[in-house]
Design a protein around this ligand. Structure first.
Ligand code: CA
Length: 698
């Protein structure tokens, strides 16, 4: 049975490769002109990387085989380009006709010569820097779309922009959100059915999610699909919203509801279905959001949408009544799998909730759902209903509860990859736990990070620094790369990783798997068994996924390196470096750039006096305004400095300039002049200095 399947896969693969050569030799269109036909055939333009996930199936499986298990040891640096940024790089670069299109911090778009790394043009959409206060997870962007000679990209302040791919000149831009609300865009647009499709984020602050289709020619809106219902006293936009409203209770629309589609999309041009993953509820705590009841459609769901009119065709909800930030906005991969002797058109996803799902993508029918990491919130997914069988008390109505996975997810946005020959999905996964609880003092505040189960619960535990664990979760958090067989529904191999926030994955037809780690190691694994074949340290932590392309007869592997993302704000595993794109080739011999070697972990000496009341007030304010990004004396912090080691904190006049006046706005540190007065800032300072000193004495 297994042999038969492998033979079938090999024949299918050989057919695909020969068809690919045939198409390349016959095609006269340039890749930069990528039209609907070219995009539908993207996987056969195997030397390019024309759309976010490589093709509409988003499998990130490159057919290039010049680099293989034998010669990968000779991989060396072809070029590196310094983007001179100091925050997270999450983008998947696109490649067309020898040019790389990639995004960096502040939604800046770069066109780079893919043969030598020279920047051809840069488009800076000039995002207002104060927008950083509306972001949960760093000033990042995950990439662009290419269509008919134009580049399309979202901006942190909610615009969709279109620039000329050759010149980088703006063609049009359109505001896709209500700017009075805390929306943001970090995800890559997709081109589907001749339309630009874009979602948004902001469910930690209180917004109503949606995705919108625009005309690529002029930016005119073609349709919009909301992911959660609005105020029922007004008319519903469509029958899907009317049906969804029956699964909500209370006055959710006042808090936005959430369900933001901030990352995953895939497309089946034959079925003409666009698949979109939706995010968590806003606020997280269902007691505040929906009186503690109901499935709250279409939170944490996979939606199949008709791209011609935005109509919902089917949905599958991975986490009914989400209370834990269990988004299903994670990477979606489409594949045709041989199951029980039948070929099934499937959709695969490993959302934050820790279960690996296989659905029939023609109708949304549940095929399987199995835990790929440690989970304690649900016993299993019921095979008939496709619903999770929850453990008691997991919605923390009365008692705080340790939940695994936590809001960082068993898998987050870092893309997976699927090797159809080996039938393996590679998941950049992690195991973790957090203590969730009902924050009785919570009040909705649209401009503040508001989850309803506050980080600073009166009951005590910052859920990001869990203190109570059962035996199974003792060594959490930890990271791992998992090779998962979606037919056999089991893990085939795993590599344990020291850190729990590692990069996205690339698979190639030579059965190689590439991934970067939080320590900055860029590693090539044997895709069949997880053995390390090659590795190179790139100085700083890696979160982005690698890509591969072919140019002038050479296969290249590229990866953006820039530590960050939500997790990276508070923690790091390697010294911070300038953001760079690294590109490797067989026998490459360019020298590595010089890296920063150390981080500052010295506590500055200072004298101060503080009353217990001042420190307590400072602590409350710290958790309201600073604690989303900063830590105090916890090993050095991440992108945002550990404030115990900050010399700025010891100098009140500089502290005022940074916190009140916004001296570091361009670095992504918002100004709080309209929220904090001098006394507030001094109390925060006293709290930080007290906490730093407490630990120092120990
Ligand atoms: Ca979230």
């Amino acid at each position: 049975m297994i042999i038969e399947r492998q033979t079938y896969s090999t024949v299918k693969y050989l057919l695909k490769v020969s068809l690919c050569f045939l198409l390349i030799s016959c095609s006269s269109k340039k890749s930069i002109d990528a039209d609907d036909q070219i995009l539908a055939d993207a996987e056969n333009h195997s030397g390019e990387w024309l759309t976010h996930g490589l093709n509409y199936s988003e499998d990130r499986y490159s057919l290039l085989t010049q680099i293989n298990k034998e010669n990968v040891t000779t991989l060396g640096l072809a070029w590196s380009t310094n983007l001179k940024s100091k925050r997270g790089l999450e983008a998947t670069p696109l490649i067309a006709d020898g040019v790389m299109y990639v995004t960096g911090v502040w939604s800046i778009v770069y066109a780079i010569d893919a043969s030598n790394g020279k920047i051809i043009w840069t488009y800076d959409p000039q995002v207002p820097k104060q927008q950083a206060e509306r972001l949960c997870c760093d000033i990042v962007n995950r990439g662009v779309a290419l269509y008919k000679g134009r580049i399309f990209s979202g901006t942190l302040d909610g615009r969709l922009i279109s620039v000329d791919a050759k010149t980088g000149k703006l063609k049009w831009e359109t505001m896709t959100v209500d700017s009075t609300k805390p929306y943001s865009i970090t995800g890559a647009p997709r081109i589907v059915d001749g339309k630009v499709i874009i979602g948004n984020g902001g469910a930690e602050f209180g917004v109503r999610g949606y995705i919108t289709a625009y005309d690529p020619e002029n930016g005119n809106q073609l349709w919009r699909f909301y992911t959660v219902p609005g105020d029922p006293s007004k008319s519903f936009e469509n029958k899907a919203m009317k049906a969804a409203a029956k699964t909500w209770s209370g006055e959710w629309w006042k808090y936005g509801g959430g369900g933001t589609a901030w990352d995953a999309m895939a497309y089946d041009p034959e079925l003409k279905l666009l698949y979109v993953g939706t995010g968590n509820g806003s606020p997280w705590d269902r007691q505040y959001r929906s009186n503690g009841e109901g499935d709250n459609l279409y939170l944490s769901s996979i939606l199949a949408i008709n791209p011609s009119n935005g109509e919902l065709i089917w949905y599958y909800q991975t986490t009914p009544g989400d209370s834990w930030d269990f988004t299903a906005a994670q990477h979606i991969i489409l594949a045709d799998l041989e199951m029980n002797g039948q070929k099934r058109k499937v959709l695969m996803q490993a959302p934050k909730n820790g279960f690996f799902y296989v659905l029939d993508r023609t109708n949304g029918k549940f095929i399987s759902g199995d835990p790929f990491v440690y989970t304690n919130w649900a016993k299993r997914i019921d095979s008939i209903s496709g619903r999770p069988i929850e453990e008691p008390g997991v919605h923390y109505e009365t008692v705080n509860t340790d939940i695994s996975p936590n809001y960082n997810g068993g898998h987050n946005w870092h893309p997976m990859a699927f090797n159809p020959k080996l039938n393996l999905v590679y998941i950049p996964a992690r195991e973790n736990v957090s203590n969730y609880g009902h924050d009785t003092s919570w009040k909705y505040n649209q401009t503040g990070f508001g989850t309803g189960n506050g980080w600073n619960l009166a009951i005590g535990t910052d859920p990001r620094n869990p203190t109570r664990h059962d035996t199974a979760t003792k060594s959490f958090p930890r990271g791992m790369l998992i090779a998962w067989n979606p037919v056999q529904r089991k893990e085939v191999w795993r590599v344990s990783q020291e850190a729990d926030w590692n990069g996205g994955v690339l698979a190639t037809a030579s059965d190689l798997v590439f991934q970067g780690t939080a320590q900055g190691d860029f590693i090539c694994y044997d895709g069949s068994n997880g053995k390390i074949l090659w590795q190179q340290n790139l100085g700083g932590g890696i979160i982005a996924p690698p890509i591969s392309y072919m140019l002038d007869g050479k296969q290249y592997i590229s990866i953006p390196v820039g530590w960050g993302g939500g997790y990276g704000m508070k923690k790091k595993f390697a010294p911070l470096q300038s953001g760079r794109i690294f590109t490797f080739v067989l026998n490459g011999n360019s020298p590595m750039p010089a890296f920063n070697q150390s981080s500052n972990t010295e506590i500055p000496t200072t004298t101060f006096s503080a009353t217990a009341k001042e420190v307590a007030q400072g602590e409350t304010l710290f958790w309201k305004y600073c604690g989303t990004c900063h830590v105090v004396n916890e090993g050095g912090g991440g992108l945002a400095p550990d404030l115990a080691y900050s010399r700025i904190v010891t100098d009140s006049s500089i502290l005022f300039q940074v916190v009140k006046e916004g001296a570091y706005l361009s670095l992504g540190m918002p100004k709080f002049g309209n929220k904090l007065n001098k006394e507030d800032i001094i109390n925060i300072q006293k709290y930080i200095l007290t906490k730093a000193r407490e630990k120092q004495i120990k």
